[in-house]
Each structure stands twice: as C-alpha cells, then as structure tokens.
Design a protein around this ligand. Structure first.
Ligand code: SF4
Length: 306
C-alpha cells in the first residue's frame, strides 16, 4: 500500500474512533478531498455541519468555515488540520470598520458574504454564499439601504444582475481577483469553442466574457449538465478534480500556466489531519455571546436557502 493510502486509512480509523465527520472544501488538496465524508462549497458544508450527528467535526477549509461549523454546533468539537488557514477576503474587513461603515447610512441592512470574520457576522442582518446570494439579496427589505460586504466583485455582479444599488465594501479574494483579462483572451483564442465558466469573485472585466457565472457548485453542475465539451475554468484549481471526475470526456482549461491557488486551503495535509484527529486539536473555540450573535444571521440564511 502506498504512503498516501496508509495515511488516508489512518484518518478513517481515527474518524471512526472519535465519531468524527470530515468536511472538506473543493479548494483543498486532492488527497484531503479523497478522504472527506462530505465535499462541497460553503453553503453545502454549512448545511452538513448543521445536520450532522457526529461528535467531532474535522473541518478542512479556511478558518471562517470552521468557525461557521462551530457557530452552528456549539456542543460539538470542531477541529482543523491547520489553524493558520485564513482567508484573504475575510481579512479585508474587521468589525470596528464595519460598524463605522454601517453607521454612515440610514436604515442600513447589511448582507455579509459568508467569507467574513465571525465578529462581522455578529453585526450582519443576514449572511449569504455565492450559491444563494441572488435569493438572499432579493429577500432583503425594499425600504432599507442595502450594504454588501466584503467582496466588491460579487457585490458588483449582484447589483448588475439584480438591478439593485447596494453599497459595497471594497474587499477581494487574492485568488479570483488575480485572473487577468489578457490571459483569458489568449485562452479564448486557443480554445474558441470552449465556454467560459467563472466564479463571481472574479473582476467584472473577466465576468463580462463568462457564459456562466456561479458558485463552485454551480460551476460543477453547469459543466456536468451542459452540452459543450470544453470549458475555460475561472475559479480555484482544486475544483478541477471534481469537474474532471464528473465528465472525464470533457476538457477543462485554466488561463494561467500557474493558476493562482488558495495557499491557505492548501495548508491542510494528511499528516496534519492525522495529528488533529489523534489529539482532537487545534479546536475552534468561541465566546458564547459572540456565537449567539453570529448564529442569528447564519440561521436566517439557512432558513432562506431551503
Ligand atoms: S479562494 Fe479566496 S475567498 Fe476562497 S478561501 Fe481562498 S482567499 Fe478566501
């Protein structure tokens, strides 16, 4: 048996021993994806975290995702393989700046992307993910001043798509924001029949050329069901594994020879997952008042997503 398989087997043994469920995001390394009980995007993983009856959650994603699992499951032990896995987008806005920004508007209604700090969630009216953002924004009160944080590209795309005029915080993801239009043009010239499928965290100049814009899950479903056999993929490369597995006969292209990767998602490894399950650490902990305040807008999102 090869070393990778041995480590994956050890992870499964430890998961059984501790009645642990392993949740993994599409952007983590393939070897981690392979060993997960549930693989998905932010919304799916939050839903799984909410419904699991496991005693322990091993969360392989960035920290705000593991914190979301803890907010939804205060009684469960939530552990991560590497607790330095942060998200550049979530770090674009802290609670103090968010409060001051909110105070500048009359009757504000803050819609926060799930990629934000727990403290920002506590002062949000509702949370959204890229899977449900259209629905969540449409459900916002019509008489309020709508604020959207922290992703400027997703916010602009929502404004344009829905014909609304939300005030938007100027944050971005270092991965999706770094796709270059020139490289996309080169790739479209090389593969003229390929459809462009993009995540809404990409800049507007990129999104205007997309045949489909949607969440990671939306992208996966679109490529699987679509009749086209070639796609230019504009989201983190971790998704290529699922795209190719679902449609081995189709072709998937990235626009950069070294596409921008989410280095934080890649911090998790099999060795770190074994250690985390063996020691039940590092654990996600949280002040109960903060958790309760963050739970409210998250629960509202999950209710609106049903
Ligand atoms: S890809 Fe971007 S938004 Fe997603 S976790 Fe990484 S840094 Fe955050």
């Amino acid at each position: 048996m090869d070393a990778k398989k041995e480590k994956q087997n050890r992870i499964r043994e430890l998961a059984t021993k501790h009645n642990a469920v392993i949740l993994a995001h599409y952007y983590v390394a393939d070897e981690i994806q392979e060993v997960a009980d549930f693989l998905g995007d932010s919304l799916y993983l939050a839903q799984q975290a909410q419904s699991t009856d496991a005693d322990v959650i091993l969360f392989c994603g960035v920290n705000f995702m593991a914190e979301t699992a803890k907010i939804l499951n205060p009684q469960k032990i939530v552990i991560v393989p590497d607790n330095t896995a942060t998200c550049s987008l979530a770090e674009c806005l802290d609670a103090t700046d968010c409060i001051q920004w909110k105070q500048r508007f009359d009757n504000p209604y803050l819609i926060s992307y799930i990629n934000c700090a727990t403290e920002v969630k506590t002062i949000s009216d509702v949370i959204c993910t890229s899977s449900n953002a259209l629905k969540i924004v449409e459900s916002a009160p019509k008489d309020a001043t709508l604020l959207f944080a922290p992703d400027v590209n997703l916010g602009n795309w929502l404004n344009k798509t829905l014909g609304v005029n939300m005030q938007i915080w100027n944050g971005h993801c270092v991965v999706h924001h770094n796709y270059k239009l020139g490289k996309l043009m080169e790739c479209m010239t090389l593969h003229p029949r390929a459809e462009v499928i993009a995540h809404p965290e990409c800049p507007e100049e990129i999104l205007q050329y997309a045949d489909f814009v949607g969440s990671t899950t939306g992208i996966i479903n679109y490529a699987k069901k679509g009749s086209c056999d070639a796609f230019i993929v504009l989201t983190e490369v971790g998704v290529l594994r699922t795209l190719q597995m679902n449609s081995p006969e189709k072709h998937f292209y990235t626009i950069h020879s070294n596409p921008p990767i989410c280095v934080n998602m890649k911090r998790h490894s099999l060795d770190k997952a074994i250690l985390a399950l063996d020691t039940l650490s590092p654990q996600i902990t949280m002040n109960e008042d903060i958790r309760l305040a963050a739970y409210k807008p998250l629960a509202k999102m999950l209710e609106l997503s049903k």
